[in-house]
Design a protein around this ligand. Structure first.
Ligand code: GLP
Length: 284
């Protein structure tokens, strides 16, 4: 995991946006995995700015979102559909058919989850997955105890998540109790992951994700198993990292490294694939 500590939210957002922009510069038909929540709002603002300033073309991009609340139609103001149009899709001028979000009101919710996985596969897989982290260590809506091999499914929200997300609703009772969410296994298949955290309220799960044991109790810690995850936070969220100074040293020493993995452009370079094909050639 590449751990980056930025001085504040704006610097974190700008750095994150540069990484996503680089994916689109190198691969104009990139598949972007996207997240909701207050954390990525700044990244999305910066990305829209970059697109306008550089005339960066998003017309061939495909997007997939991590999750959606059960029971909220796309037009509901607190739905993740509405969030994405307000904070990113409109600003980038995306067409609806470029975007993919789970439907929280599908008649067959498990079927919706399977169809979503099929769509990701048909699109060629996710090139970069943007993520935030929940106060309880969740990613997407994969709550503590989620299978680290889990696929997209209907999940029950943790009471802490319901309480955390109540700020977006008039009352806590209005927060849906269930959601549809990519699984940790789905997320780990992305070619790269970019996870963000801001504020002292994320310091504990952030340290658990980076320095704690890989555990379903902190689903974000599964990212330790991913070959190319960039974790960017502000200083407040990094406050409980034991090796914070070392990560900053590594960041300075490695600033000549590419910011995205070479296997986004050439999937055969993915170490997960290379290893498999080397084993096959030994077998054969
Ligand atoms: C929700 C989303 C997560 C997000 C989390 C954190 O639960 N499902 O994807 O990471 O909120 O939200 P925030 O960024 O507002 O702290």
């Amino acid at each position: 995991m590449f751990v980056k500590i930025e001085r504040d939210y704006d610097a974190m957002s700008a750095r994150g946006a540069q990484i996503v922009a680089e994916v689109v510069r190198q691969k104009p038909n990139a598949v972007l995995g996207l997240a909701t929540g207050s954390t990525p709002e700044g990244l999305y603002r910066c990305l829209i700015d970059i697109a306008r300033q550089e005339n960066l073309d998003f017309s061939q991009v495909t997007t997939f979102n991590l999750d959606e609340y059960e029971g909220l139609p796309a037009g509901h103001p607190q739905s993740y559909h509405a969030f994405m149009w307000e904070h990113l899709f409109e600003g980038l001028g995306l067409r609806e058919e470029q975007t993919n979000l789970l439907s929280g009101i599908a008649a067959d919710l498990p079927g919706e989850c399977v169809a979503f996985e099929q769509k990701i596969r048909a699109a060629g897989g996710i090139d970069i997955q943007v993520l935030g982290i929940g106060g309880d260590g969740h990613i997407a809506f994969c709550e503590p105890g989620s299978s680290l091999a889990g696929r997209t499914s209907v999940v029950a929200l943790h009471p802490q998540t319901i309480a955390d997300n109540a700020r977006f609703f008039d009352t806590e009772d209005e927060v849906p109790r269930r959601a549809l969410s990519m699984g940790v296994g789905t997320i780990l298949e992305a070619r790269s992951c970019l996870i963000l955290a801001k504020g002292e309220g994320k310091a504990q799960p952030w340290a658990g994700m980076i320095e704690g044991p890989v555990s379903s109790q902190v689903p974000a810690s599964a990212l330790q198993l991913h070959p190319w995850t960039i974790a960017i936070s502000d200083t407040a969220a990094a406050a409980q990292l034991k090796n914070g100074e070392y990560y900053q040293h590594v960041d300075r020493e490695r600033n000549d490294q590419p910011v995205i993995p070479p296997w986004i452009v050439d999937p055969d370079l993915d170490p997960r694939r290379q290893f498999a094909s080397r084993i096959e050639s030994v077998d054969g």
